[in-house]
Design a protein around this ligand. Structure first.
Ligand SMILES: Cc1ncc(COP(=O)(O)O)c(C=O)c1O
Length: 386
């Protein structure tokens, strides 16, 4: 019987439980902002270079914090891709914003920077580039548009931890950058995330929003003698036990990155001949981008071919996965937004893209089984075609 190869296995480096135990038994500090949270924040600030990195309970709540910090009024417009996760959108819908979906590029699946400007109206306030698969959007063009139209930029870098664009870490170029540490991401604390507050003027308000609307952070720094409710806010800080779990993985960040890249490169090499004869489209990484191997996908010729490929692999106990259903075609997307311009690629790519198993610790043997299955599928197709 063949061995099951799942799409994802959460990263685990082996020291996680030592740190969780330390938080619970030695530190006796399991609420938010304990020693492990501080270590993770400092690591993100030092490695990636931002004035303030704040851990959150998810990538979703990091986006919600960013949305609050953008100070939107009901009816303000936010430009984002439709080919993304629901919470890229919900974070702004909660603030009463209207969503304006713009098409993606067919090579990186990122927001098409050339189609953004046409979607801007007098109500536009924010652009949300989503760095799909941990490959950077064309940030220079996007930041230039934002500057000229006085718009905020919130980078959805949920998948982009450890990736760069022109040497700059994803998540550090917009006003705010949002990371996810969900178990499906390269680095994980189960559920968790972080907001990179790249605008120093917003740091204090970000701390207040995250801490239930209070100025507790200032109190702990000795800047006020008691803390009180000063602004809008909620509870966005994770337990220090979760941060302890994440800390183990941040310490092994390079090892995790290299391990994932090895699988990504092996897939790329194995499928390049198929791409060269036009049988399948492979991920494209622009020269100015360094990626984190968050994802390896194939773009098939048609929905029918993708369904056949997935079924073929499942029959071998290998579980690839398709991805987002375009938000503009979903019930909530239709209610809260509109697609600007022509949907040239969003729906078409969404129907044809399939993600292969890729996780830290995927063995060479399992990786080869995935490769063999894909190649066998296309060989079988060739045979059927004669
Ligand atoms: C592009 C994108 N944005 C936001 C999120 C939300 O992150 P989380 O699951 O940590 O809330 C995800 C996670 O799947 C994502 O892929």
């Amino acid at each position: 019987m063949s061995k099951t190869i799942n799409f994802n296995v959460p990263p685990y480096v082996g020291t996680e439980m030592d740190y969780v135990r330390e938080a619970a038994e030695a530190n006796r500090k399991i609420c938010g902002d304990g020693p492990f949270t501080k270590r993770c924040s400092a690591w993100l600030e030092e490695c990636f270079g931002t004035p303030k990195a704040l851990l959150t309970t998810s990538g979703t709540t990091a986006l919600e914090m960013a949305s609050i910090l953008c100070e939107l009024e009901p009816g303000d417009e936010v430009i984002l891709p439709s080919f993304t996760f629901s919470t890229t959108a919900t974070a702004f819908v909660l603030a009463g914003a209207k969503l304006v979906f713009v098409d993606i590029r067919p090579d990186t699946m990122n927001l098409d920077e050339k189609k953004i400007e046409d979607a801007i109206t007098e109500r536009t306030r924010v652009i949300v580039p989503v760095h799909y698969a941990g490959v950077g959007c064309e940030m220079d063009a996007i930041l230039d548009i934002a500057r000229r139209h006085n718009l905020k930029v919130v980078e959805d870098a949920a998948q982009g931890v450890m990736s760069t664009y022109k040497g700059r870490p994803l998540g550090t170029m917009g006003d705010f950058g949002c990371y996810s540490f969900h178990e499906t991401k390269n680095y994980s604390m189960g559920e968790g995330g972080a907001i990179m507050v790249n605008d120093p003027a917003c740091v204090e308000r970000a701390e207040i929003i995250r801490e239930k609307g209070t100025n507790r952070a200032r109190f702990f720094r000795g800047q006020v003698d008691k803390y009180t409710w000063v602004d809008y806010g909620s509870s966005y800080l994770p337990s220090d036990m979760n941060a302890a779990y994440l800390w183990a993985q941040l310490q092994e960040a390079d090892a995790i990155n290299n391990d994932r890249l090895a699988t990504w490169n092996a897939y790329y090499q194995a499928f390049e001949p198929l791409a060269q004869v036009g049988r399948v489209q492979l991920p494209y990484v622009p020269e100015e981008c360094e990626h984190n191997a968050h994802m390896f996908y194939l773009v098939c010729d048609s929905l029918a071919q993708r369904t056949a490929l997935i079924d073929f692999m499942k029959a071998r106990d290998i579980y690839p996965a398709f991805h987002y259903i375009p938000l503009h075609s979903s019930p909530a997307g239709q209610r809260f937004g509109r697609f600007h311009g022509k949907d040239e690629w969003t729906t078409s790519i969404s129907e044809r893209l399939v993600r292969l198993p890729l996780y830290y610790g995927l063995t060479a043997e399992d990786r080869q089984a995935v490769i063999d299955a894909v190649l066998a599928f296309y060989a079988q197709e060739d045979e059927a075609r004669g």
